[in-house]
Design a protein around this ligand. Structure first.
Ligand code: ADE
Length: 261
């Protein structure tokens, strides 16, 4: 396995780069690609920047230039459903480009000439991410997140959800908009700006991928309030712990495979 790890924001990537063994930086297409070992897994960590084009460009480069075999995307998202709260984790089982609309030529949300509205993430990666997220929330969350920040963001007993994630080139910050998206896309759990673009690239290139998001806001008028504070003091910690656990699990899997058990 050579794991490409894409973060949307600098704060999330920083911890991973610091944890890397023998890190080596390569600049390509205005991005810094950090190669090295992360918890014994061969990895390439990169900041995609924001939006679908930025994410698609990054994912393509990871595969074509860096030869990654799997891609993991970590970041934050707005809630797409009242049952999904700030501080919860969403593991994508499938992803949709919520701003794709080539109707009446093609059905709304369908990516023209693929025949698909929803792009499924890799089942095994989603499963491993769910285990990693669950373990983090149950065993590490209390120590990993400062008490003051837990109180400030009213993080009490955060939960993990699995399901549909919507991506679009839009920071959703109006309650009517998120409500309309939820109505048009049954089962929508979260909205963000990159995941479905990575999903399409990975689908087209035949690369297994997973997307995990920490809910930072309710995609309403308050969405931008304290956004950067949340990313720094909460989401960066979530991403670090979940990726570490994911790599440890991948390491165990790999040694089982080589031992033939
Ligand atoms: N990422 C985090 N919050 C978001 C929102 N409200 N809309 C789009 N992307 C987001």
């Amino acid at each position: 396995m050579r794991l490409g790890i894409i973060s949307a924001l600098h704060e999330e990537q920083q911890g991973l780069v610091e944890a890397m063994e023998r890190p080596y930086k390569l600049i390509h297409g205005m991005r810094e690609y950090w190669t090295g070992k992360l918890w014994e897994i061969d990895a390439v960590a990169v900041l995609s920047r924001i939006g679908k084009v930025a994410a698609a460009m990054t994912a393509t480069t990871l595969v074509e230039k860096f030869g990654v075999t799997h891609i993991l995307f970590t970041g934050v998202a707005g809630s797409g459903d009242p049952s999904v709260r700030v501080g919860d984790i969403v593991v994508a089982e499938s992803l949709v480009q919520h701003d794709m609309d080539a109707s009446p030529l093609f059905p709304r949300f369908e990516v023209p000439l693929t025949g698909l509205r929803h792009f499924a993430s890799d089942r095994q990666m989603a499963l491993e991410l769910s285990h990693a997220a669950q373990r983090f929330l149950e065993r590490e969350f209390m120590d990993a997140i400062d008490a003051q920040e837990r109180a400030a963001f009213a993080l009490q007993a955060p939960r993990m959800h699995r399901g549909l994630v919507g991506s679009g080139d839009q920071f959703v910050s109006h309650r009517e908009r998120i409500r309309a998206l939820g109505e048009a896309l049954p089962g929508l759990l979260a909205v963000e700006m990159e995941g479905a673009a990575v999903a399409q690239v990975c689908f087209e290139l035949g690369i297994p991928f997973g997307v995990i998001r920490t809910i930072s806001d309710n995609a309403n008028e308050n969405a931008a309030t304290d956004f950067m504070r949340f990313v720094k003091s909460v989401a960066a910690q979530y991403a670090f712990h979940v990726v570490r656990q994911f790599c440890r699990q991948a390491r165990v899997q790999a040694s089982r495979v080589s031992a033939g058990t």
